[in-house]
Design a protein around this ligand. Sequence first.
Ligand SMILES: [Fe+2]
Length: 404
Amino acid sequence: MKRKLFVPIIITLVTILVVGVAFYGVQRYVADRNFDTIDHALKSVIDLQASAVYNGYFAWTGLYDLIMEGKLAEANELAQDAKESFPLIDSLEIGQGIPPEENFVITLDGELLRIEYPIRNDDETKTAPNTFAVTVIQAQNLLDIVSPHEFRIDTVHGRKTIYGIPVSPSVPFFSLWNIAFMALLTSLIVWFILQHYFRKSDFFLDTRGLESIIYLFEQTEKVSASHSRNVAIFALFVGKKLGFKGKRLKNLYVAALLHDIGKIGVSTSIVTKTGKLDSKEFAQMKQHPVISARILRSFKEFEHLSNIVLHHHEREDGSGYPDGLKGKEIPLESKIIAVVDVFEALVGERPYRNPIHPSSAFEKMKQMPLDQRIVNVLIEHYGELGTFKPPRWVLSYSPWMFAS
Ligand SMILES: [Fe+2]
């Protein structure tokens, strides 16, 4: 139980970290690109504005003359026209002080952009002494022109752009929407991973669990050692020759591995009896496919294989058990297991008799009510069995397949 919780928690934490870092990286990259863009755009807008104001008003002989005549109030009033032509300008004043040498000088005062100008005549040959003009513009208004709603002036955490204007993205990296999106993405990823993980671990555990049962079952000597494993590998071999692939092949293999598990529910004296069974004993023995099917039905991973094991003793002519099915009524997988089960029983080592040669086994099998098409496949390809390489997944949980 602890392990079941531990793994999902680790998977969730790692996913949150990966999604968070990835999301932050993308946001950061986009923000950097936006930042470069607005940095350039701001410079253009501010310089253009300052230059236009200078050339339109403060490099104007009319204003220069008023200043020189000492009519500061009149000059100020005249200059206010600039506010109408340049609506971004918040305030405009002409005051006393040292005029800048350049056409304009831009400084930042908190969130306000201060642009100072000298006052000159039209051909810029004379500068009014001890006088300068200053316009104040709210930096946010400029920002709104170059990048509406994307950035805001942030004097505390902002990144400095041109003229030291500090800006931050209007939407924080981890906004509510972003967090909701990341939570959704994380949930989806975790869900997919856990689905896969639990399916895999269920399969692994069920397989291991059942394999352990087989091992214990073999220790009870109710089947010859490794009979099930040999039957399984023969079934796999024949199944492949018949064109089985992927899941169907794996199902055949697992069903063959478990086909006789029901013998666990039959009296040991009957299962291990070397002589002929009497009718009562045989009736009991005939129950083992039914018990095998019942056991498989109790494992959700193997439920779908129960019908295959149920019919592994059916015969083509209806002489088999438990249901006396005939020909096409018998599942193909059950027929394959029936053939290789008989073959293994004939050629395998048993304490009470010597194994017979495969060629003799084949002769016997040709006379039996088995599916002869399958028998022929086995006969035809038997020579390849020694070099047959089972898939990786077979070896992973049956390493001692050919041990005996
Ligand atoms: Fe059987």
